[in-house]
Design a protein around this ligand. Structure first.
Ligand code: ZN
Ligand code: CU
Length: 487
């Protein structure tokens, strides 16, 4: 049978394993990688004839597995805006949804309440993972979707009040919902104990759910109960939950937030190494010193800079600093924060040295944590992955090119149980990115956050050319993404 074949010729092959790169070719046919090596044109596999071959000159370019964004809140946007330009233009070919305890499925409600509104307030229409899967397949997004199931979503789906622990009966119902999602191929459980709607949940409530995930070979990812003063206790809690459940642990967007905690990655990273002696543990991170979430008074300390990303009562302040708005109104920042709610912000709450230590850690994967529904989003939504190359590889040399790619591909696929992706191997799915290592860079800034990265030349998803970068307007072509199933 003749399939469409594409020969990526004479590039630098960085295969996603973290091992050394080599100059050569990668041959795609149908939705798979069918050959790797030097001078492939001279020895094409049977069934592929030179006349039918599309060949792409990759001299001076890197050929790598498509990037996997391990930390996203893209659950609803892949349905609503299936071109996924902010992500595909970074070379991302798979997004992991459902992070921080917040997943679209399994929950149906006409008007979602915070923090579920992170995914849009009118998006919750999928009572099961099977329904969500069908919706993704119908939407045909440009990239693949791997779903985590959120603990907070499960609480909303089963409890009438969230300021308390779940009862035996509610736990059983959460467990049954999660069990069905895992049978339908979900990749694991996420929690966001930091958020008010989950904070009252004791560790045992989460452990019981993590046990279900472990039985299916899934992972447990968590936005810790605290990333500030009590972060060490929160890390122990997360470690114990995952360990006693028997699930691999992912600590989400690792950071030491707030000036009082700057420098404390010198404590947290050694703790990660210590926990790694007894259990499977990984981290993810976005490469910026500002975090972003909903407007919260407890994060307004009068010290750090806070940039407003949206506000329902005052949309006109979007993109301005909270301090300036407060001064104009003649009130303190906490009062201004109260008046602006519900809303969102970027909090400049981290120290560069901490960010660098976390990014450089051998167990750290890259995740954008982008918020696609924000009016003036944190620039990580459009720029996180290219920024790792531009700033932390090319400029700061925190790691090798091969390690940078590994943190976005092979390491992530292994940790998240994503089969046949994340590595350039014969027989693997043809998710591939071609980029220019000298020019790849983010262009999204806090002032102009919605701006496509440069240096991403071509992106292939399941063998189809999904994105063409370079000169002119960036262009999404094929929408060949799939809903993935846990390995
Ligand atoms: Zn989070
Ligand atoms: Cu998040």
């Amino acid at each position: 049978m003749l399939e469409q074949a594409i020969l990526l010729e004479a590039g630098l092959v960085v295969d996603g394993s973290g091992g050394p790169s080599w100059p050569g070719d990668v041959l795609l046919a149908g939705d798979r990688i069918v050959a790797l090596g030097e001078g492939l044109r001279q020895r094409l596999p049977e069934g592929i004839v030179p006349a039918e071959l599309e060949s792409i000159d990759c001299r001076g370019k890197v050929i790598a597995p498509g990037f996997i964004d391990v930390h996203t809140h893209d659950d609803a946007i892949v349905l609503r805006d299936p071109l996924c330009l902010p992500k595909i233009s970074q070379g991302i070919t798979t997004v992991v949804t459902g992070n921080c305890g917040i997943s679209l499925a399994p929950y149906r409600t006409p008007e979602a309440r915070p923090p579920l509104t992170l995914l849009g307030s009118d998006s919750f229409q999928h009572a099961t993972m099977a329904e969500y899967r069908a919706a993704v397949e119908a939407a045909q997004p440009a990239l693949n979707v791997a779903a985590l199931i959120g603990h907070t979503t499960l609480r909303f789906a089963t409890m009438d009040a969230l300021d308390r622990a779940a009862t035996e009966d509610e736990r059983a119902r959460m467990g049954a919902l999660l069990e069905a999602c895992m049978q339908d191929g979900a990749h694991g459980l996420s929690s966001g104990l930091f958020y008010e709607q989950a904070f009252a949940a004791p560790a045992e409530e989460v452990t019981a759910l993590a046990r279900i995930v472990a039985r299916h070979g899934g992972v447990y990812a968590t936005h810790l109960r605290s990333e500030m003063a009590t972060i060490i206790e929160a890390m122990h809690e997360a470690g114990d939950i995952a360990f006693s459940a028997g699930a691999p642990l992912v600590i989400s967007h690792h950071k030491c937030a707030g000036p009082a905690n700057w420098g404390r990655t010198l404590e947290t990273l050694p703790l990660v190494d210590a926990l790694a002696q007894r259990q499977d543990i990984a981290l993810d991170v976005y490469p910026y010193v500002a975090g972003s979430t909903v407007l919260r008074e407890d994060l307004v300390d009068g010290v750090i800079d806070i940039l407003l990303t949206w506000s329902d009562p005052h949309p006109e302040v979007t993109g301005r600093m909270l301090a300036d708005v407060a001064r104009e109104w003649g009130v303190d920042q906490k009062e201004a924060c109260r008046r602006l709610q519900p809303g969102g912000a970027c909090y400049f709450q981290m120290k560069e040295e901490d960010v660098e230590r976390v990014i450089a850690h051998p167990r750290t994967m890259i995740g954008s944590d982008g918020l696609p529904h924000d009016r003036h989003p944190h620039p990580r939504l459009w720029g996180a992955f290219p920024r790792v190359f531009a700033r932390y590889w090319r400029e700061r040399r925190l790691f090798t090119l091969e390690q940078a790619v590994h943190k976005m591909t092979g390491m992530t696929a292994r940790n998240l149980r994503i089969a046949d992706r994340g590595l350039l191997r014969v027989g693997a799915m043809a998710d591939v990115v071609v980029f220019d290592p000298q020019t790849i860079a983010d262009t999204a800034t806090y002032d102009r956050p919605m701006s496509a990265s440069v240096g991403i030349e071509r992106v292939f998803v399941n063998g189809a050319c999904a994105y063409l970068g370079g000169e002119g307007e960036p262009e999404v072509r094929a929408r060949a993404g799939r809903m993935l199933t846990r390995a």
